[in-house]
Design a binder for this molecule. Structure first.
Ligand SMILES: NC(=O)c1ccc[n+]([C@@H]2O[C@H](COP(=O)([O-])OP(=O)(O)OC[C@H]3O[C@@H](n4cnc5c(N)ncnc54)[C@H](O)[C@@H]3O)[C@@H](O)[C@H]2O)c1
Ligand SMILES: [Zn+2]
Length: 672
């Protein structure tokens, strides 16, 4: 990889990871699985190891993901709340031990192994033994005040069980949704056609985000503690003693932990915990290994993001064994027919599952899967598990081949092979249409909230929608007779549909589900062509010349627009008022190009949202004020950044002034 390529790749990764951090931490609705996220993150970390000068203070490797939420009061953490470095390999865990022992040279530490609870990080303060405040981690420096929400949690003692409670005690741990509650919550949501939570952590985050504590009270959350904010001055010297103290104080803490002296102990503890955690009432995704003696913490220090005296060892995806009862065939938006396994229901990683994807027929052949087989399924963070293995030794001879269908299960059109994929060629196939609408409504496409699977099925099966453009002609009268559709949700849906008209060309191109056109290609196409008409009339050569597009996408895009049916679809969307213009026109100089912003204080919208808009307009965001800062965006209750800005003479602007700037107004004279 050349340096220029590394820089480009770095930029892409940072942008991509930021987007996922926002979806995960702020909206509690991840777009990809944790394993996929971790892969992106590792690539970024490796790239930065090779090119250390690419590391900026706001790189995702340098900061705790997350941001304070609107609607909650901010709480500044006395001591930053950090994340943990993590690994999936024992070799890397041992390398951590070597690093610690090298740093400590003559001293010999011991280690504590605790379950890594898959919840949401919280900090709780007791004054003279009484619960006074609770906060989330937020961006690590500032979290949200969730005192009222935490009060509804029964497991959280409002008074400490200590005869002589300290003046001030900060304890840190996790809020979590017990596995059973999580499972019921998702069942409920499924029945109502609402999107499922990907894992208990997202469900917990979603619950804590509720501004109304009464809603929180209906989701029986629980808490467990393992840490403290400031280890100084609380008269405790080690992690194992601290865990005992927490229990004495009446605070819920891990029911088991392991004290270890060396690598051998650690490997044993990790294996023992893997077994033990299956019986816990909460989901765990790993083991946290901590240096036991607190006096070493100062010496070991921390990176911008995580302490150097602890590491998380993550267990691989959970697997379960069950029987494959039958195979059904699902048509996706591009017409690809996917074999889906229906299995004997089995409990896996926090929920009961009865369907798993078999990906494609090539996979089926490669793994030799047959109906009636005992299979191993795996869930790596996502809701839909995959079949990973067949237990051939359990065969009876009664198993049946999985035969690819000859006709489309949705429209009976004869199917065609396209490489390893089986496709329905009928552009008007209702199965394809359902897939397309679900894709069109996705958050990173046209973002239409409330358009869940069961609703899409009703709309298509009931003949209310014959093409995506029909979405824009739905009325209250159409919607109200549908199942589980109240007046309020119908109105919300209509306004979400209305709002989707202005997403811009890039997201529309992605939403149209053109073969091979992912988000990145859609963005490249939109910013190169600017309008759909120019793209529509482009030749394949012209399209494929765009960086990050290439011949396959070039051909696919031109084929798409050559098809009369697709042209008609686009025309109907245009008539319905859907924007066909790129948010940024080709060659247009972006309004904040070359300007650097620092944000401080509380604003009317989440900080990340404002930062995103600045970035969209070409501006840069940095964490700290320097002479190079063009503007300090000033919210209420600003932090120390304001002082620094005044000292350096950096101009301050309010949120309204920023708004004007974004719209291309004045204020330009202030930058030099
Ligand atoms: N799917 C996505 O789009 C997406 C996006 C962002 C993050 N993620 C996931 O989240 C992870 C990063 O999240 P993170 O920064 O919270 O890190 P993390 O969950 O890997 O580890 C840090 C957290 O572990 C918690 N924890 C639980 N038990 C603990 C114990 N016994 N001792 C100490 N801490 C304990 C603490 O809250 C701490 O903040 C990623 O590795 C990824 O898997 C996924
Ligand atoms: Zn079909």
């Amino acid at each position: 990889m050349t340096r220029a390529e590394a820089i480009r790749r770095h930029g892409r990764l940072v942008e991509e990871i930021r987007k996922h951090d926002y979806a995960y931490y702020v909206e509690a609705k991840p777009l990809i699985s944790d394993a996929e996220y971790d892969a992106l993150y590792d690539e970024l970390r490796d790239l930065e190891r090779r090119y250390p000068d690419l590391v900026t203070p706001d790189s995702p490797t340098q900061r705790v993901g997350g941001a304070p939420l609107p609607g909650f009061s901010p709480v500044a953490h006395r001591v930053p709340m950090q994340s943990l470095d993590n690994t999936y390999s024992v070799a890397e865990l041992f390398a951590f031990v070597d690093r610690v022992e090298r740093t400590l040279a003559k001293e010999t530490p011991s280690y504590v192994v605790e379950p890594k609870i898959d919840g949401v990080s919280i900090s709780v303060v007791y004054r003279k033994g009484a619960f006074v405040q609770g906060a989330t981690r937020g961006d690590g420096q500032t979290g949200d005040d969730i005192t009222a929400n935490l009060r509804t949690i029964r497991a959280l003692p409002l008074r400490l069980a200590l005869r002589h409670p300290p003046e001030l005690l900060e304890v840190r741990g996790e809020a979590y949704l017990p596995t059973k509650v999580f499972e019921d919550l998702n069942k409920d949501r499924e029945a109502r056609g609402e999107p499922l939570f990907a894992n208990p952590r997202n469900a917990t985050a979603g619950s804590l985000k509720q501004l109304d504590p009464r809603i929180v009270a209906h989701r029986p959350l629980s808490v467990i503690f393992y840490g403290t904010g400031d280890p100084k001055g609380i008269g405790c010297e080690s992690q194992d003693r601290w865990l005992r103290f927490l229990a004495e104080a009446g605070l819920p803490s891990p029911s088991r932990y392991w004290l270890c002296r060396d690598k051998e102990d650690l490997a044993g503890a990790i294996a023992a915990l893997d077994d033990f955690r299956k019986g816990l009432p909460y989901a765990t995704d790993g083991a946290v290994v901590k240096v036991n003696e607190w006096r070493f913490y100062g010496l070991l220090g921390s990176t911008a993001k995580a302490p150097r005296w602890a590491i998380a060892y993550k267990y691989g995806a959970e697997r379960a064994r069950t029987r494959l009862l039958r195979v059904v065939f699902q048509v996706g938006r591009t017409g690809v027919v996917t074999p889906v396994a229906e299995m004997e229901p089995v409990f896996l990683a926090g929920s009961t599952v009865s369907r798993a994807t078999l990906h494609n027929f090539d996979e089926v052949r490669r793994k030799g899967i047959k109906i009636g087989d005992w299979i191993e399924i795996e869930k790596a963070g996502e809701v839909i598990p995959a079949v990973v293995e067949v237990d051939r030794s359990a065969r009876t001879g009664e198993e049946k081949e999985i035969v690819p269908p000859e006709q489309c299960p949705a429209c009976a059109t004869p199917l065609r092979w396209d490489g390893i994929f089986l496709r329905c060629p009928n552009p008007q196939c209702p199965g394809r249409l359902k897939g397309l609408i679900r894709h069109f409504a996705r958050r990173n496409a046209m973002d239409i909230e409330g358009l869940g699977e069961s609703l899409v099925n009703q709309l298509v099966d009931g003949g209310l929608i014959r093409d995506v453009a029909d979405l824009y002609h739905l009325t209250l009268t159409n919607l109200l007779p549908l199942e589980r559709m109240g007046e309020k949700s119908a109105a919300n849906l209509l306004s979400a549909i209305e709002g989707s008209k202005s997403r811009g060309l890039a997201r529309l191109l992605f939403g149209l589900g053109i073969l091979h056109v992912g988000e990145t290609a859609a963005e490249a196409l939109a910013s190169h062509f600017g309008t759909i008409d120019r793209l529509w009339n482009a030749s394949p050569e012209e399209v494929e010349r765009i960086p990050s597009v290439g011949p396959i996408i070039g051909q696919s895009v031109t084929d798409y627009f050559r098809d009369a049916f697709n042209r008609q679809r686009v025309d109907r969307l245009r008539q319905a008022g859907v924007s066909m213009k790129a948010k940024r026109l080709p060659g247009e100089r972006r309004i904040l190009q070359g300007k650097t912003f620092v944000i401080t204080g509380t604003l009317s919208k989440p900080r990340e949202e404002i930062a995103e808009r600045i970035r969209e307009s070409g501006g840069k965001i940095t964490e700290s004020v320097s002479r190079k800062t063009s503007f300090l965006v000033l919210g209420s209750e600003p932090g120390s950044k304001l002082k620094q800005a005044r000292r350096l003479g950096v101009p301050e602007i309010s949120e309204n002034e920023l708004e004007r700037l974004l719209e291309g107004g004045t204020n330009d004279d202030k930058t030099s």
